[in-house]
Design a protein around this ligand. Structure first.
Ligand code: FDM
Length: 212
């Protein structure tokens, strides 16, 4: 082969407000890619299985209280502790479908009033996604879907702020999908959006790093 480019899996990130449908669409996307014969894994952040993740989980369920910057850095640490495994899996050729990533980290913390650049800083050097799929839903519609489970951030007024912060992060590399459409339509649009990226990574698109 002429170049040093190595085949790898794609890093696919789904973002959106609570109740935007990320979690069910992530698993549908995983089944689709697996059905095409791709090696794939479903990941999510926060990863509550680690000791950092348990601190985050206690915070989200209001069992503990932490300073805004402290919890921000724990969310970031939770991604850093998974970074090397993430790189290994991608280089092994496994595509990762990730439910929330650094964009949630920045959007939710800056929605509390923290400076956006301060929020972005600890994410620098993490692997950059090949594509960000944003499931776009008006906060009021998301709230109507019900099932806010009572976790710390699951409140309409706060979700409205988060939506504005996501808008500030969104650039032309994001694929914004109207999350109010029927589930199957969303599913199809996500499938169409990822395929080119999965192929490009197979052909050896180099890994890149936050913030590109
Ligand atoms: N969240 C998630 C953050 O505030 N920062 C982060 O870095 C991440 C990954 O945690 F309200 C918030 C977003 C959400 C909450 O997410 C838990 P799940 O998807 O409901 O587990």
């Amino acid at each position: 082969r002429a170049s040093s480019s190595e085949s790898r899996g794609a890093l696919i990130v789904l973002e959106g407000l609570d109740r935007s449908g990320k979690t069910s669409q992530s698993s549908r996307l995983l089944s689709y890619l697996a059905g095409l014969g791709h090696s794939t894994e479903l990941w999510r952040f926060p990863d509550r299985s680690t000791s950092v993740g348990q601190m985050i989980s206690a915070y989200l369920s209001n069992k503990s209280h932490l300073d805004d910057r402290t919890i921000h850095l724990l969310f970031s640490a939770n991604r850093w502790e998974k970074r090397s495994l993430m790189e290994t899996q991608l280089k092994n050729g496994t595509t990762l479908v990730v439910d929330r990533y650094s964009y949630s980290g920045v959007a939710f913390s800056s929605a509390k009033g923290l400076d956006i650049e301060w929020c972005k800083a600890p994410e620098v050097g993490l692997l950059a996604p090949d594509i960000v799929l944003y499931l776009d839903i008006p906060p009021e519609k998301a709230a109507e879907r019900g099932g806010y489970g009572g976790e710390r951030y699951e409140q309409l007024e706060f979700q409205k702020k988060v939506a504005k912060c996501y808008q500030a992060l969104c650039d032309s590399s994001w694929k914004v999908i109207d999350a109010c459409q029927p589930i199957e339509d969303i599913e199809k649009q996500l499938q169409d959006a990822v395929l080119d990226h999965v192929m490009a990574c197979e052909r050896g698109r180099p890994l890149s790093y936050l913030w590109p």
